[in-house]
Ligand binder design. Structure first.
Ligand SMILES: Nc1ncnc2c1ncn2[C@@H]1O[C@H](COP(=O)(O)OP(=O)(O)OP(=O)(O)O)[C@@H](O)[C@H]1O
Length: 256
């Protein structure tokens, strides 16, 4: 299943937020979306997930999602969005209950996704007992449980400290090696983008337009050893973004 975004433009009242955005996410591809504050990254992700509709343009799904996919487009948010009164397993089972899956079938899926996110021994723990990194792993397990064709990730690591973020990046790469999931992944962090993205879309300041689409041909599991090459890409991304970020900053402080 391929995700295609075609000619998406949107205004909120007087504010033009996105202008003529077109790109695709191929099966098994991670596309990172970066750009200055307020350029419309989260808005674009909401359009992709169908939470809102753009004024112009379309989000199309080409081909069939996997037969067992309960929810082809699934979000992972920065704030984990776990229910505090449900255990780890209970948080995962909730999304299955929404699809009428209970009992042994539900338990099998929960066991599988908790194993894949290294949380098996925490199935009965409460969210308050978990570190930030573990909470985000629960959110990832919950997303995997519905077998998404594309994961929509809005700064999933940004609430975590830098060590935890590194560990989770490694976990995401391990997961990807086994699953080859597709993702549209919004981040502020250029280092994260070059570690995870097969392609990186650089948006301009608001109204967000595509400034550059940068492909990285280094396999994800080789990236930790090829730091110098990645640093070069990161510099190029920063060069594409620097003027936009500076101007966006100025506009935000003028508005304030
Ligand atoms: N529901 C809404 N109604 C009105 N304006 C909105 C709405 N959602 C977002 N905006 C505005 O649209 C612009 C883009 O917001 P968005 O959150 O998509 O940007 P972003 O690139 O994700 O920002 P950040 O990097 O700071 O997270 C901002 O100016 C924001 O204030």
């Amino acid at each position: 299943m391929e995700l295609r975004i075609e000619g998406v433009s949107h205004d909120y009242g007087e504010t033009e937020v996105l202008r003529d955005i077109s790109f695709s996410v191929a099966p098994g591809e991670i596309v990172c979306i970066i750009g200055p504050s307020g350029c419309g990254k989260s808005t674009l992700l909401r359009f992709i997930g169908g939470l809102e509709r753009p004024d112009h343009g379309e989000v199309l799904i080409a081909g069939e999602p996997p037969a067992d996919s309960l929810n082809p487009l699934t979000y992972i948010f920065q704030d984990f969005a776990l229910l505090p009164w449900r255990s780890v397993a209970g948080n995962v089972s909730l999304v299955l209950e929404d699809h009428g899956i209970r009992g042994a079938q539900s338990r099998a899926i929960i066991d599988d996704v908790l194993a894949r996110t290294k949380l098996s021994e925490f199935a009965n723990a409460w969210p308050r007992q978990l570190s930030g990194g573990m909470k985000q792993r629960v959110a990832i397990a919950r997303a995997l449980a519905v077998r998404p064709a594309v994961m929509l990730m809005d700064e999933p690591l940004s609430a975590l400290d830098s060590q935890t973020r590194e560990l989770l990046l490694d976990d995401l790469i391990d997961l990807w090696k086994r699953e080859r999931f597709s993702a549209a992944y919004v981040t502020h962090n250029l280092a994260e983008a070059v570690r995870l993205g097969h392609r990186i879309m650089v948006l301009s300041r608001r109204p967000g337009r595509i400034r550059e689409m940068v492909s990285i041909d280094i396999p994800l599991d080789e990236r930790p050893e090829r730091v110098l090459e990645l640093e070069k890409v990161q510099r190029r991304l920063w060069e594409a973004m620097r003027d936009e970020a500076r101007a966006a900053d100025r506009e935000l402080s003028d508005a304030g």
